[in-house]
Unconditional design. Structure first.
Length: 290
């Protein structure tokens, strides 16, 4: 069994006002682990508590994910390429067998993520080789549930824990072009309620590009909001054989996304979904739990 000494945190992203709290929480609960901060060239990291830092050339954003005249007047840049570059370059420096991809706006309140990973490793859960992309499953916060969101293959890119080689593999995929990022906008495929400019959400891009990279045979949606029984089944099979879910409510961290921990949250899978799949694999693809 691995120890915390064999784990490295790759904290990727910009300097934030609360980054000190993030780093100190890692030191508190993982004092033997290494911290690598992966950020952008020219960033002043004076005072940031890390063991190593990597400074990447900023690939820039790929435009806004919202139509300019969306009803909420919302604005959010498509930072998919930034996540790929900063995550991959940080992970490539990792010398330990295990790693965590972490965000600087997440603060630990215990080592529950490690306890969950250790418990998973002891279970030796079999996998279907047809669907397996990585050497071992990666722990990830629960993805979107397409039964309630119509978003299939939609991972959660906040945090991930697993074998370093697997995380490097997951983030070692081609960057997105601006034409891909603005596909719906350029082709007039506006959804009447969602008003997004992309073909696939960033979290979908991460997963779909990995499925394609590993030559997995699956049914691919033509656009981010397309679903069917077959698409949902394949989405869940790809998750079940490559991930184990870290529940928002029990992973013991705080962030500006704390609303995701509410029991009323129905748009994301929960740990109970994964446990149900373990007990009854035939339930994959069926909306069996709320």
């Amino acid at each position: 069994m691995y120890t915390k000494r064999e784990l490295t945190f790759v904290v990727q992203g910009n300097i934030r006002p609360d980054i000190g709290v993030c780093m100190s929480s890692i030191r508190k609960y993982f004092p033997e682990s290494t911290i690598i901060f992966s950020t952008w060239a020219g960033t002043n990291i004076a005072g940031v508590d890390c063991d190593e830092a990597v400074f990447s050339i900023d690939p820039r954003d790929c435009g806004n994910v919202y139509y300019p005249d969306n009803p909420w007047k919302a604005s959010h840049l498509n930072n998919f390429n930034r996540q790929l570059v900063s995550s991959l370059n940080g992970l490539k420096l990792v010398k330990t067998p295990l790693a965590v991809k972490w965000r600087p706006d997440f603060v630990l309140s215990s080592d529950a993520i490690w306890q969950k990973y250790a418990a998973y490793c002891q279970q030796k859960i079999p996998r279907d080789k047809k669907w397996s992309m990585f050497h071992e499953r990666i722990g990830m916060l629960c993805p979107c549930d397409p039964h309630t969101t119509s978003l299939a293959y939609h991972t959660c890119d906040f945090i991930a824990i697993g074998h370093t080689n697997d995380l490097v593999d997951m983030y070692d995929i081609p960057l997105q072009t601006r034409a891909e990022a603005q596909y719906s906008f350029l082709h007039g495929l506006r959804h009447p309620k969602r008003h997004r400019t992309y073909r696939y959400a960033c979290e979908q891009e991460l997963w779909l590009r990995n499925l394609d990279k590993h030559a997995i045979s699956y049914i691919k949606p033509s656009i981010y909001y397309e679903t069917s029984e077959d698409i949902i089944r394949d989405s869940e099979l790809s998750f079940f054989n490559n991930l184990f879910f870290l529940d928002y409510a029990t992973s013991c961290f705080s962030a500006r996304f704390d609303n995701l921990k509410k029991p009323t949250n129905t748009w994301a899978y929960k740990e109970k979904h994964y446990l149900h799949w373990l007990k009854d694999p035939t339930s994959i693809g069926r909306n069996f739990l709320s």
